[in-house]
Structure formats: C-alpha cells, structure tokens
Ligand binder design. Structure first.
Ligand SMILES: Nc1ncnc2c1ncn2[C@@H]1O[C@H](COP(=O)(O)OP(=O)(O)O)[C@@H](O)[C@H]1O
Ligand SMILES: [Mg+2]
Length: 280
C-alpha cells in the first residue's frame, strides 16, 4: 500500500472528466479554482514589440483536463503566447486567468511555476552526469514547495513518486543510467518526467517531438494521452501526423490571434487556414 504522510494533501482537485484521482500530492501548493471547468483563459491579450503586435487581442480558453494542440505558421505568436502564460513576457493589455481566480499577468515567473504551470522548452535540459533516477529526485528536491521537515518519510514518498514517474515515461529500465547516455527522445521524456514530479496542473510543451524517431513520436503521443485528464496540456507542434494522433481540438494561430479552432479535419479544410499555409 502507498504510504500517506500526514502532510499529504488529499485527492487532487477535480480537474475535468478524465480525472484519474487518488494521486497524492507531495507539493504544498495553492489550489486552482476550476469551478467552471476552465484551467486557462486568455482574454484579449496584446503584446507589442516596437509597435509590432506579436499577439493581437488574443482570446483563448482551455478546459481542465484537455489536450489542446496549437498550430500556426512561423511568427504566428505561439511562443509569445507561452511566454505570457509563464510570466516571461508581460502583455500590454488583456488578462490571463489560471482557473477562476489567479491572474497570471500579476504573478512572477516563480509564482506561476509554483501555482502549477510547467513548461517544456524544445531543447532537453537534463542533468547529464546524473542518473535518470537522480534527475527525477532532483526535480522534486529543488522544488521549494515540498516540505522537508519529515525527512525520512519524504525520502520514501519521493522514491515512490520517482518509481511511478519512471513507469509513466517508460524509463523504468534506465533508472540507473546516466542521463547523458539516453537517446534524444528518452531525454525529452525524462524532462517531461521532471516536470511531472512537480505535479503541474497545466503543461506547456513547445515542439515536443522535434527530432524524435517515428517510434519515439508514437510513444510520446501515448504518453500525452495518458496525461490528459489528470493534467491539462497545451502542445505547440508542427508535426501534423502527431497532432492528428493526439488532438481533439486544434487552435490555429495567425498574426497573433485565433484564425480557426475545431477538430483537425475541420481546421484543415478551412479556406482561411489553407490560404495561410499555402497561399504565400
Ligand atoms: N523579443 C522579441 N522582440 C521583437 N520581436 C519579437 C520578439 N519575440 C517575438 N517577436 C516577434 O513576434 C512574432 C511572433 O513570434 P513567436 O511568438 O516566436 O512566433 P511563433 O512561435 O509562432 O513562431 C514574430 O514576428 C517575432 O519576430
Ligand atoms: Mg515558436
């Protein structure tokens, strides 16, 4: 049986239909208010760089537990959108709500991360000289929200969590391997695992399958599908086969705003989308 230390929070807050439930939280963080089933609401966000609008009155909503793909040509504003969500860039106007109550535009980057938004950049940044196991352990030990007062119990709980995560990212056979020796795809999974150790409610992933083999891409699709429900995911990706394999709803960004949204079939047959991708 899984040990429950007294400082464990109970079940994770309900986060939509696919909630896996019973996942004890190791971190001592704020609770996101998901009353209306929306985890992220960007409202009328504009970001200008020297007068150029990278985001132009962008309005976008992500449901709790959703796996959303964002596509769009280069320069559409996809990365700038993620920068606004994580607090790296401050919008000129508009608001960004995490759940009902937290306005991300008023929070610092560390506060946003602590509130449960994890971001994966394109290049994997694992600790190459540490084992896979140690990488996952370190991801949690660096997390200031984890209480370290009951050291022995924490260590045991952390080991449990590392084992769960290793299974989830399919690296249980590589636990003692030095991270630097993993394949590119395995390093990407390890980094996703490091994010998962921090129990994010919302995961932002920028081109996660770039450089992966077909087999790794397929496994990543399975991983993301298994995470949806318990977590909410926003995935920016150019690989349309990958998008087709995971997405229910696809949002097309163009010139800093939403051009189209719906199933991949629907957006791919939208004349405006075809124009943007082919008409230049
Ligand atoms: N720090 C910046 N300074 C000036 N222009 C920027 C900056 N960041 C992004 N841009 C511009 O904003 C637009 C959107 O960029 P970006 O969000 O990176 O698009 P995407 O990720 O969709 O390719 C691009 O035209 C880009 O050149
Ligand atoms: Mg980008």
């Amino acid at each position: 049986m899984r040990m429950m230390a007294p400082w464990f929070k109970g079940k994770q807050q309900g986060s939509g239909s696919g909630e896996a439930g019973g996942y004890a939280r190791l971190v001592n963080d704020e609770v996101v208010d998901l009353t209306h089933g929306v985890i992220l609401y960007l409202d009328d966000i504009t970001v200008s760089f020297d007068g150029f609008r990278a985001l132009n009155q962008l309005t976008l909503s992500i449901d709790a537990g959703e796996l959303r793909c964002i596509i769009g040509p280069n320069g559409a504003g996809k990365t700038t959108m993620m920068d606004c969500i994580t607090g790296k860039t401050r919008p000129d106007s508009g608001s960004a709500y995490f759940g009902q109550a937290m306005d991300l535009t008023r929070m610092t980057e560390p506060e946003i991360a602590a509130a449960g938004i994890g971001r994966k950049f394109q290049k994997p940044t694992v600790f190459e000289r540490h084992s896979v196991f140690e990488n996952l352990e370190l991801a949690l030990k660096q997390d200031k929200r984890v209480r370290h007062s009951l050291v022995a119990r924490v260590d045991e709980a952390v080991r449990d969590r590392v084992s769960d995560t290793l299974r989830r990212i399919r690296l249980e056979g590589e636990a003692e391997r030095m991270a630097g020796l993993l394949s590119h795809g395995q390093k990407q999974w390890l980094e996703i695992g490091m994010l998962l150790m921090q129990e994010p409610r919302l995961l932002l992933l920028d081109e996660p399958v770039a450089g992966m083999t077909d087999d790794e891409t397929e496994r990543t699709a399975e991983l993301f599908q298994s995470l949806a429900g318990e977590h909410s995911l926003v995935v920016v990706e150019h690989d349309m086969a990958f998008v087709a394999s995971i997405a229910n709803t696809v949002t097309v960004l163009h010139e800093g705003r939403v051009l189209a949204e719906g199933t991949l079939d629907k957006v791919q047959s939208d004349p405006q989308v075809i124009e943007v991708y082919l008409g230049r």
